[in-house]
Design a protein around this ligand. Structure first.
Ligand code: ATP
Ligand code: SF4
Ligand code: MG
Length: 326
């Protein structure tokens, strides 16, 4: 499989009055062409920070300390703003978290499409714009005649999410990144958006990277799952493998918590303790204060991400290259 995007040793922080929030700490992963990758973790674990650092869209108090994001032989973190503009939207499009709120309530949907092309220096005439916008609106299974002339407030949450996906597809990117595309939607609408993304991936040969706090959503759509805990990537596995044989103690806890829906409730065990503060994260493995397998080394040394023979990668001292530590 062809590696399309390679993130290596990405570190990002936020500057706050109390110090620095270590929100993305040495995160590395690869995205393969025409696959869907899910970045999964609980709230405030640093999922959005990874996306924002990769796409250079961090808020003003965010800083990238180190790392590379390789795409077509270039490091997206090093190229000029001008060069980045030729890649954004045309090659890599992003639907940020809570993007629905960024739709301008005083502008019709067609004007959002117009703004998008203008922002990317494209000069389509009115007919071309309407034709291309209609094509994309149809692709997300909405009716262009009603939707393009509507104001955002006239659309439901699910329709707005589809419009945002259509906008992101306007310039036919190779990679579509979506931050929490299904949160804040009811379960049925969530299912429709997941099915839509599956169909688009197949039809357009597009590569998807999406963020979700819900591992069940990841299971539906992703080929590979990246589990984030306390700003660190703790496991990176093919989806079937993560459900069949989760490796990291935190991943096991996550899987256990969703199995609750179908399983014998007496077997459900919540992960004890609270997520770590990223202002003063625990030393060594950030999961150590909550881990039932904790060893001395876990408190002192950060576990490296190692490749296992099963195809998973895991950052935990219980493992070494290949499999379990002997
Ligand atoms: P959620 O599921 O709630 O969207 P997340 O996993 O996307 O969470 P991030 O938004 O990346 O998490 O946040 C990671 C950490 O960085 C959290 O501790 C959060 O409070 C902090 N953080 C995020 N944005 C900022 C900011 N602009 N300034 C300071 N701290 C921030
Ligand atoms: Fe638990 Fe140690 Fe593995 Fe961390 S490194 S998950 S503390 S066993
Ligand atoms: Mg987020």
């Amino acid at each position: 499989m062809n590696c399309l995007l390679k993130v290596s040793n990405l570190k990002a922080i936020y500057l706050v009055r109390e110090g620095t929030i270590k929100a993305t700490d040495d995160v590395s992963f690869e995205i393969f062409e025409n696959t869907a990758a899910a970045i999964v973790g609980e709230s405030a674990s640093g999922k959005s920070t990874i996306i924002e650092a990769m796409t250079r869209t961090l808020p003003p108090n965010g800083r990238i300390l180190s790392g590379t994001v390789e795409y077509k032989g270039k490091d997206l973190l090093k190229i000029s703003e001008e060069e980045l503009r030729t890649i954004r939207w045309k090659e890599i499009a992003l639907v940020p978290q809570a993007a629905q709120q960024s739709l301008n309530p005083t502008m019709k949907i067609i004007d959002h499409f117009k703004d998008t092309i203008q922002a990317h220096g494209i000069n389509w005439n009115k007919d071309e714009l309407i034709s291309r916008a209609s094509e994309k609106i149809r692709m997300v299974r909405l009716n262009p005649e009603t939707v393009l002339n509507a104001y955002p407030m006239q659309l439901s949450g699910g329709m707005k999410q589809r419009v945002l996906i259509a906008l992101a597809l306007l310039l036919e990117p190779k990679i579509l990144i979506l931050d929490e595309p299904t949160s804040a939607l009811d379960v049925l609408t969530q299912a429709h958006i997941i099915q839509l993304l599956k169909d688009l991936k197949k039809k357009l040969n597009i590569t998807l990277i999406f963020v979700t706090h819900d591992i069940a959503v990841a299971a539906e759509l992703a080929d590979n799952i990246f589990v984030i805990y306390g700003g660190c990537l703790v496991e990176c596995s093919p989806t079937f493998e993560i459900f069949k044989n989760p490796k990291h103690p935190y991943t096991k806890g996550l899987i256990n918590s969703i199995m609750a829906i179908n399983a014998d409730m007496s077997k459900i065990k919540a992960i004890p303790g609270d997520p770590p503060s990223l202002l003063n994260p625990p030393s060594g493995c950030r999961f150590h204060p909550r881990c039932e397998h904790v060893m001395d080394i876990c408190k002192k040394v950060r576990p490296p991400l190692v490749q296992l023979s099963s195809g998973s990668k895991v950052a935990c001292h219980l493992y070494e290259e290949g499999g379990y530590r002997r």
